[in-house]
Design a protein around this ligand. Structure first.
Ligand code: 0A1
Ligand code: ZN
Length: 849
């Protein structure tokens, strides 16, 4: 269906379902090309609806038979499902359909991956399994019987029976269809157990393909930690007798929170020291926690409709960030999250794909699993917590769980529990959910008679379909330091509610140095005219770790922009300040590593665009290279000793402490490689007993134009480990020089082990190409063409992943006319394809608009 013909769905059109489901029984007779699905569904009229039309969603199903209360019926089939005359009281619907999981490469509904059956039903995959009211506000208990010769047969809830060739599961908790799951295959498990605080014994399992048994321990431990944490911090206990996690190789996203049966992309669960990096371990811990936390924020309390997606996602991301901060380092987690927010969400908010945290319309809901819904959604919760305070937040959450357990809710329900527990009016706060775009806050200050005045002025840019926006409530945390570096006003929360507002601090002896927006207390762009001295001062003295890092980052950015734009030499104030931080043994190595990192090419390009200039990707790349050279130079005497002092030589542990040191030594190593011709990196590569150091060494070599032997030996060593090989694909594209990136990516796609049916492998090459800014935006246009060629190939195979990858083009309007012309040509080529998926058509249409 072409984009123009696809109907747009609006939040304002929501109506309650005509029919509710009291109970569902499903039987699956599994076969790769001809799986039979028998459904028996008890429908009752919804007293809240007036219309009694009976419509079931269904896509790509072959209907074999249908009955109502035991009598055969002949429903009218439509492109999107079926309709049928039904009684006006409760009735039982039975249907038998046939589906072909082996030909399902879209990875939505029931599909096969390496001989195993798996499902993905969020958002609207259940309708590819059987006819059903596939909407989250229809919740029901499910009973499932699976018939197959495969040894492991899993579904949601508790196992109630099993025998030769079958298993039966019952999930007593009413759930929407998007949380349904089924897995069948020749799997092996790491077993575990957990006793909840009220004494329920829970069987835990991590299920994987044979051969991956040695990569499950960490996930199991992460699960137990998550279960303990949710009891302790949110008072939430697990509610079934069993909790299963399954690893699947072919998966569009990270993982899925199906009730009692979480299904994971194998990259988000499998890990051991040799095959996973520190970053992988941290990500796995966070995703295990995220999916587990959904059991309450998402499953027990779900969303009324898909516009409310941030209700479960924003809150669950916020909860998993709290968990990671507790398990690891709070400042490091905050800095990493802000880097990610600025890198992905600000970029989205500033371009053609901008949408509110709660969107008001969509064509394909799968296109709205975005950084805005997830990450900005989490920031909004963080702001709410900051505004009401920790105690009130805890009270509001208790009320939320009490009041809404078992319901499908809205953002209005969520905000009401805060209003009811605090008496606060959140009408203005709610604008964070409805207005798209990143607010800009201009800060000016004044000093007179011992009083320091801060003036804040907010504005919100126009975004697609939204103009003339209203001021939002912006929690603005600020601290003040005196000229000696002592904190004279500790962190204070200013509430900016007007377009412009002033705040005063009286009784100060000297004009203070402000530390504004501490902890990044609101997702805004802070615009404050300041100089390198003040930033260097904050980098040296600020007690707020986020702002200490931020000061260094701003110094780096200004220095880089001056180099790229004005041809200036690297700023000594920046280089000196970094040297002081990196050699300061009182600071956490992970923090020092973050301070050594440079702003990304994309971040710099955005800064140019924000100030009305056209970014030159090659000049940005050259500037970063020159700055790395300058850093290597200024640190020349320190690199070797620092590297050796922090190199972890004891047995590998995926702890935050060791990871911080490895992060620091790896970044030092890449600078050292500029000076020693690769000797230290070759040594680390040869000695490494863990992937973090092995890949760190390989990256250091590749970034410096070395490492071809190591690259080959890496491939030989790891050819049997698909997740490690994903990194091998990725790293080559990521580190390719701008003129080579498209050619390197193209060559990798010719390899027999490149398979576009596997989203991880596809993303390893094309995600990396999109990230390699100077390569992707190379003046030849080769990057654009190659990307478009492959998106065109992938769309009929896997629309969801194709659509997500289209976002590589979302910043196109920043660039010069030549580049814009070349990108437009590629986007129009994609848009014109006959039979283009709804997913990709919507994305390309929005980007081009
Ligand atoms: N709900 C999952 C992520 C997820 C979302 C959509 C999917 O298919 C369109 C698959 C998974 C989470 O937040 O972890
Ligand atoms: Zn989630």
């Amino acid at each position: 269906m072409a984009d123009a013909e696809t109907p747009t769905i609006y939040l304002r059109d929501y109506t309650p379902p005509a029919w509710l489901v009291e109970e569902v029984q499903l039987t699956f007779r599994l076969a790769p090309e001809t799986t039979r699905v028998l459904s028996r569904i008890r429908f009752t009229p919804n007293p809240e609806a007036t219309d009694r039309t009976f419509v079931l969603d269904g896509e790509g199903l072959t209907l074999i038979s249908a009955r109502i209360d035991g009598t055969e019926v002949d429903p009218t089939l439509t492109e999107a499902g079926l309709t049928c005359d039904v009684p006006d009281t409760a009735f039982v619907w039975e249907a038998e359909v046939e589906i072909a999981p082996a030909s399902n490469t879209a990875l939505e509904g029931l599909y096969m991956s390496n001989g195993m059956y798996s499902t993905q039903c969020e958002a609207q995959g259940f309708r590819k399994i059987t006819y059903y009211p596939d909407r989250p506000d229809v919740m029901a208990p499910f009973s499932v019987r699976i018939e197959s010769d495969l040894p492991v047969l899993l579904s949601n809830g508790n196992r109630v029976a099993s025998g030769e060739g079958f298993a039966e599961w019952h999930d007593p908790w009413p759930k929407p269809a998007y949380l349904f799951a089924l897995v069948a295959g020749e799997l092996v498990n790491l077993p575990g157990s957990f006793t909840t605080r009220s004494g329920r014994e829970v069987e835990l399992n991590v299920w994987v393909r044979p051969g991956d048994e040695d990569k499950c321990d960490f996930a199991m431990e992460a699960l137990k930690k998550s279960m303990t944490w949710d009891e302790k911090v949110y008072g939430r206990e697990y509610d079934l007798d069993i909790f299963n996690i399954v690893a699947v190789d072919d998966f569009n996203m990270g993982a899925m929170e199906n009730k009692g049966l979480n299904i994971f992309n194998s990259s988000a669960v499998l890990a051991n020291a040799r095959t996973a990096t520190d970053a992988n371990f941290e990500r796995i811990e966070a995703i295990i926690a995220h999916e587990y936390f959904h059991n309450w924020t998402g499953n027990r309390i779900t969303c009324r409709d898909w516009f409310q997606l941030c209700l479960k996602e924003g809150l669950t991301v916020f909860r998993d960030a709290q968990f990671t901060a507790d398990m690891r380092s709070e400042p490091v987690k905050r800095i990493s999250d802000v880097l990610d927010l600025r890198g992905r969400q600000f970029r989205e908010d500033g371009g053609p794909l901008a949408h509110p945290v709660r969107p008001e319309s969509f064509k394909e809901i799968n296109n709205f699993y975005t950084a805005t819904v997830y990450e900005k959604g989490a920031e909004v919760i963080g702001m709410l917590k900051r505004l009401v305070g920790d105690e009130a937040y805890a009270k509001a959450l208790d009320l939320y769980f009490d009041r809404h357990d078992g319901q499908a809710c809205t953002i209005e329900d969520w905000l009401r529990v805060f209003e009811d527990t605090t008496g606060r009016d959140l009408t203005q706060f709610k604008r964070w959910y409805s207005q798209a775009g990143t607010p800009r806050v201009v800060m000016t200050d004044d000093w007179a008679d011992g009083t320091y005045t801060v003036t804040l002025k907010q504005s919100l840019p126009d975004t697609p379909g939204q103009t003339g926006k209203q001021p939002q409530v912006i929690p603005f945390a600020i601290g003040l330091l005196d000229p000696s570096g002592q904190e004279v006003v500790p962190t204070t929360l200013l509430e900016l509610t007007e377009t412009e507002q002033s705040f005063t601090f009286a009784g100060l002896a000297d004009r203070p140095i402000p530390s504004p927006l501490r902890g990044f207390s609101a997702p805004v762009v802070l615009d404050r005219q300041t100089d390198a001295e003040e930033r260097a001062f904050l980098l040296a003295h600020d007690t707020d770790p986020f702002n200490k890092w931020e000061a260094g980052r701003q110094l780096a950015k200004t220095a880089l922009i001056d180099m790229i734009d004005g041809g200036q030499a690297p700023d000594d104030r920046y280089l000196d300040a970094v040297r002081r931080v990196v050699t300061d043994e009182s600071l956490d190595p992970a923090f020092r590593s973050l301070c050594l990192g440079l702003p990304s090419e994309d971040d710099l390009a955005q800064s140019f665009a924000d100030s009305g200039r056209t970014p030159d990707p090659q000049a940005i790349w050259d500037g970063r290279e020159a700055m790395r050279g300058a850093l290597a130079e200024v640190l020349s005497g320190d690199l070797g000793p620092l590297y050796r002092a922090h190199l972890v030589t004891e047995p590998y542990a995926p702890s935050a402490e060791q990871a911080g040191k490895r992060s620091l030594t790896n970044i030092l190593l890449s600078l050292l490689t500029r000076r020693d011709g690769g000797a230290a990196a070759q040594g680390q590569f040869a000695d490494a007993d863990n992937l973090t150091q092995q890949i760190g060494a390989l990256s250091a070599l590749l970034t410096n134009g070395l490492g071809s032997l190591e690259l080959a030996s890496f491939a030989e060593q790891w050819s049997h480990e698909r997740l490690v090989m994903d990194k091998w694909f990725m790293i080559q594209v990521a580190h390719a020089r701008p003129a080579d990136a498209a050619r390197v990516a193209d060559a990798l796609t010719q390899r027999p082990d490149f398979a576009m049916t596997n989203p991880n492998r596809f993303r390893s090459v094309f995600g990396a190409l999109a990230m390699n800014q100077a390569g992707f935006h190379h003046a030849s246009g080769d990057g654009y063409r190659l990307m478009a060629d492959w998106l065109i190939r992938l769309d009929p195979v896997n629309p969801q992943t194709t659509a997500r990858m289209c976002s590589a083009f979302q910043t196109w309007r920043r660039y010069d006319a030549d580049r814009q012309g070349m990108i437009r040509e590629q986007l129009e080529r994609i848009a014109a394809l006959p039979g283009l998926s709804r997913d990709t058509a919507e994305m390309v249409g929005r980007i081009l608009e």
